[in-house]
Design a protein around this ligand. Structure first.
Ligand code: FPP
Length: 249
């Protein structure tokens, strides 16, 4: 496969359009290491990571992958140095403000999952604006996990369901998988078929614990800012070589 093809908008010829994942989830790891390797502050890695994400979103659109979910900030990330947390919050806000027009032009529907209520109010404003403005767009479904934790998501679903039972609006017998899913942040979004994690760690790190139950996992040593179309192509090729059995023989 030549680089020329990977850079082009066309799906590389050795990928089968029919068997592409319908939803790709990504853990964008390695921004700090990318920056350190170049003698730059960690923040530059995050900044470059935004460009990578933007290009991946465009690539999904070009190759007709209908949904992308990115892990931008976990509930554990509050434990980072205050300066870095502040930088990330400001970066998210700035990027949302800057990119909204383009998302509208490119028909992107953006949504956020996570405990958004504790985010800085000015960021919440941009989040709500971008979700409202793009809600009727019919192109790629782009979900950003922000202050997201899989365990916390499951607990909040349990609490809401428990309250419904307490009020007599639900019976315990009515609780099944499809009902439970309606109480998750991702209600209405298909489960990811493929999880990509950059920079080599073999962990899920509290990301979409329920939703990733049958996802194929692809880990690359490539650091997130270097994850380009060619890397994505490699991940998709590996995905298409897997046999998905969903617990059957
Ligand atoms: C992990 O790298 C990366 C993050 C915690 C932040 C990712 C966020 C972005 C790329 C920005 C996305 C922006 C929007 C608006 C969705 P790391 O810092 O853990 O890297 P390291 O493991 O090398 O230290």
């Amino acid at each position: 496969m030549t680089l020329k093809l990977i850079v082009s908008k066309d799906l590389p010829t050795d990928l089968d359009q029919i068997r592409l994942p319908k939803h790709v989830a990504i853990i964008m790891d390695g921004n700090g290491r990318w920056a350190k390797l170049r003698g730059l502050p960690r923040m530059m890695g995050h900044q470059r990571g935004v460009d990578t994400l933007k290009d991946l979103l465009r690539c999904c659109r070009d190759w007709r992958i209908p949904a992308l979910t990115a892990y931008a900030f976990s509930t554990e990330n509050w434990g980072r140095p205050l300066e870095e947390v502040k930088f990330l919050m400001t970066l998210f806000e700035r990027v949302l403000r800057r990119e909204l027009r383009e998302m509208m032009e490119e028909n992107v529907r953006i949504s956020f999952v996570g405990n958004l209520e504790v985010l800085p109010p000015s960021l919440q404003l941009e989040i709500n604006r971008s979700m409202n403005d793009t809600q009727d767009n019919t192109g790629i479904q782009f979900t950003v996990a922000t202050n997201y934790g899989g365990r916390q998501e499951i607990i909040q679903a349990c609490q809401t369901i428990a309250i419904q039972v307490q009020k007599g609006l639900l019976t315990p017998e009515e609780i099944n998988e499809s009902l439970f899913e309606r109480y998750l942040y991702t209600s209405g979004i298909t489960h990811p078929d493929l999880l990509i994690r950059t920079s080599g760690e073999m962990r899920i790190s509290n990301f979409l614990l329920w939703q990733l139950a049958y996802a194929e996992i692809y880990v690359t040593q490539t650091l997130w800012p270097d994850f380009n179309r060619e890397e994505f192509y490699k991940a998709l090729l590996a995905y298409q070589q897997r046999e998905r059995r969903f617990g059957k023989v």
